[in-house]
Structures are given as C-alpha cells and as structure tokens.
Write a protein that binds this ligand. Structure first.
Ligand code: ZN
Length: 443
C-alpha cells in the first residue's frame, strides 16, 4: 500500500459535484486513488505540505499534436490561415521519423505537466518514415502523464483532391489495420488506466466518407473513443458545403460521428442547431482558444455551448499553431476570449478552471479524473501562490486572473511527476537539447 497526504492547502479547489473550495484542507491518496478529503487527516506514508498553495485537480488537455513541438514559429507558417499553414508545414513533417515523434512528445508532455496537466490526449495523424503511435506512448510512459493517444489518419492526398501531399497519406485498409493493432496492444479501459487509445481520422477534408464511417464502426466495436477536427473556420464550413452538400454537424451525424464516445476539436463555427445536436447526443468539444486566435479562426461559442449543456473541455492544440503548450495559460485565454466577445460576465475564472479540469475529463470519458473527491484518481496540481505572480491576491481565482503559470508539484495516479517546478521522472534537459538539434537539422 502506498499513501500520499497533501496537507494544509490554503485553498483546495475540489471541482467536486458541489464545487467546494476548502480552506486548510488535506487530500489522502492511497494506491493511486483519493480515499479522503478533509481536515486533520493522517498517514504513515509520505506527507507533502501545501501551505502557501492553491491545490486543484490535475488539468486535462483534450486536443494536441505533440509532434508539432518540433515546428514552433516556422517563419512561413507564422501568419497563414489554416489551409495555407498546413500546406507550409506538411513537407517539413514528411521528414519526421520515430525519434522525432518520441522526443517531441517528451518535450510537449513535460510542458503540459509543468503547467498543471495530468491527463492529455494526443492526435497523431501522420506516420512518415516508420513513425508509429507507439513512439508517443513510450514517451508518455517515461514522462508519467495519463495518456489518451488517438490513432489519426489522412487518406486523401493532393492527387485525389485533398490537402496533404500524397507522401503523407495512407491506404485506408492499412489505417484500420493499424488502429486495431494499437488498440489491442495499448488500450486499457480500467478506471486507473494510464493509456486509452482512440480512433481519429484527421478531418473531413483529409479522409474519405468511407473511412469516417468505418473508423466509427471499428471504434464502437472495440469500445474506444473517437476524435477529429470539426467546423474549425469559415474555409472548413465552405469546404463541407461544397464537397458534402451539408454543414459539418450534419456530415458528422450522417457517418456516426455523434455521441458520448465522440469529441470534436475546435467547433468554432457550430451553429445553433449543431449546438443543440451536440447537447442532445452528449458529443464533446475540445475548445482550443489560443490556436483559434493564432490562426484567426474565430471565437468558439463556448458560452452558448455550456448554456445548452454541451460537454466542453480545453485543448492547447499542436505547438505549430499556439505555439505554447501551457494548459493553465490556455484556461486563462478561454476565459478572456469569451469575455471579449460576450462581456466581462461571460465566463468566470472558476468556470474556465472547471472546463480545464472536470470538463476535459468528461469529454475524454474519464469522469474519475478532473475532480478532487473520494473515489477519484490521485491526479493533483499544487500551485505556489506565495510568489511574485500572485502576491497580493485575495482569492484562489487569482490562479487564472493572475498566476502562476507553472506548478510547484504534480501528482498523477498518486505518483509525483513534478517537484519544485522540475520534472522528476526523466532528464528533461537532455530531451530539450535533442529536440533543438532535431529542429535545427530540419531547417
Ligand atoms: Zn488540431
């Protein structure tokens, strides 16, 4: 039996069903699960003092492309819209191989961990030069984050009227075969799972109607979740109308891509009927505010989605379109973006934090994560609020209104991953050096 007691947080923001915020409270984690929350708890195991700190559930990232940490701030892609941005980056990504996938995932996952994330999905949809989903799964094991990798895919290349170069697309039979391989090899559906695999054709404009449909059938047969990009910007809507004769929501619905086992990234351009459809069917949304700003895609109607009861989580999106992967900063951006569109009362700091924690966990089908409650997993972020970023703050909402933007400590499944702002699990400096070498070699 292994116990960790996190003792005496100034403020414990539980995100439990009552959304309690407790002063001076403790959390007891036993064998990876939270077994008690309250005052004056004791243990014979490890004790971590959290005085001077705000303690929250670990944040949950619902959309990322970890490999893109190798292509941050590429000059020709800095100011392009989505489709032009993709066309600039595809040739660079086509030179990646297994080591690029592994190292970029190590770096991206560490950036998330240091910004409070304990559970992240990843959407890997290109597999050049022998790269495999396995490369990112190995990196997540080493870093120690709970991982939800999705086996993405592109099958319509330029010569078939699609956007990606032909060298980056795969045959649809091979895609489905590899989905089965990685699910059988790595998917663990248990509550304590550190790895759940999903199925994720890249987007309606890079795979066929048949692959979308077959991927949904396969995912449901295997009992895994499904993910893709949807309704990201005006070009995306125009493409859907001209190629499919309908809006993205109708297209998704017609192919089985609606339901509690589905989550769509972006959804910036969902209309009222699509929001109602997502609400009725419990279809999830990964909101990516920085990426939407960076690519000029627009402001997702998150206020309307939440009011309609849509399950919304937060995503940093790939580091080629953010270009940061700081999840608590993303939560702040989500709050600010709703306010600039709909007014200062459109989203509170605590609501943005809720989206970043239990909202994301619900989107990923992990209601045992994203909250601090008895029976939930021991995924905890400890934020030191005694320093310069939040000095003088009156309320734990300062975490989003002020700072800090990195954690002091982070626990995943009761295991410490970050201590005093440093990765405990592996040599991050070495990975960063290797990443910089790989990025230089690509230029
Ligand atoms: Zn994306």
């Amino acid at each position: 039996m292994t116990e960790v007691l996190i003792r005496g947080a100034d403020h414990l923001v539980t995100m439990d069903d009552a959304r309690r915020v407790l002063a001076g409270a403790d959390i007891l984690i036993r064998d990876g699960m939270i077994v008690d929350v309250g005052h004056g708890l004791t243990t014979t195991g490890e004790v971590v003092l959290a005085t001077g700190c705000v303690v929250t559930p670990g944040l949950v990232n619902t959309h990322h492309h970890l490999y893109q940490t190798l292509t941050r701030a590429v000059p020709a892609a800095q100011d392009a819209l989505l489709f032009g941005w993709l066309q600039t980056l595809y040739p660079i990504w086509s030179r990646f191989g297994p080591e690029h996938m592994f190292v970029s995932a190590q770096v991206g996952l560490s950036e998330l961990a240091l910004s409070g994330c304990t559970l992240t999905s990843d959407h890997l949809y290109l597999f050049p030069n022998g790269a495999r989903l396995d490369d990112t799964i190995e990196a997540a094991r080493e870093v120690g984050l709970r991982f939800q990798p999705t086996r993405g895919a592109m099958s319509i290349g330029v010569s078939d009227g699609g956007l990606p170069p032909d060298a980056l697309v795969e045959a649809e039979a091979a895609i489905l075969e590899d989905c089965i391989r990685v699910i059988d090899a790595f998917h663990d559906g248990s509550e304590s799972s550190m790895c759940r695999v999903g199925v994720a054709p890249c987007s309606p404009f890079s795979v066929s109607r048949e692959l979308m449909r077959d991927a949904a059938i396969l995912a449901r047969d295997k009992g895994v979740m499904m993910h893709t990009h949807l309704a990201e910007n005006d070009e995306d809507i125009a493409y859907s109308l001209s190629q499919f004769g309908c809006r993205p929501g109708e297209y998704a619905e017609s192919l089985g891509w609606i339901g509690p086992d589905v989550w769509h990234a972006h959804c910036v351009k969902l209309d009222a009927s699509e929001i109602a459809l997502f609400s009725q069917t419990k279809t999830g949304v990964a909101h990516c505010p920085c990426s939407n700003c960076r690519l000029g895609s627009g402001i997702a109607p998150v206020r309307a989605m939440r009011d309609a009861g849509v399950t919304v989580g937060l995503g940093v999106d790939g580091s080629a379109s953010n270009d940061a992967g700081n999840l608590v900063a993303e939560a702040r951006q989500a709050m600010l973006l709703q306010r600039v569109a709909f007014g200062a009362d459109a989203m509170s700091a605590m609501e943005a934090l809720e989206i970043a924690t239990r909202g994301g966990a619900d989107v990923l089908g992990r209601p045992e994560c994203g909250r601090i409650a008895i029976g939930a997993r021991g995924d905890i972020a400890i934020w030191d609020v005694s320093g310069v970023a939040s000095a003088g703050s009156w309320d734990p909402a300062a975490l989003l209104l002020a700072g800090p933007t990195t954690v002091r400590d982070l626990f995943v499944e009761g295991r410490q991953v970050v201590r005093d702002g440093h990765m405990l699990t592996f040599d991050l400096n070495k990975a960063v050096q290797r990443q910089n070498d790989l990025a230089r070699a690509l230029q």
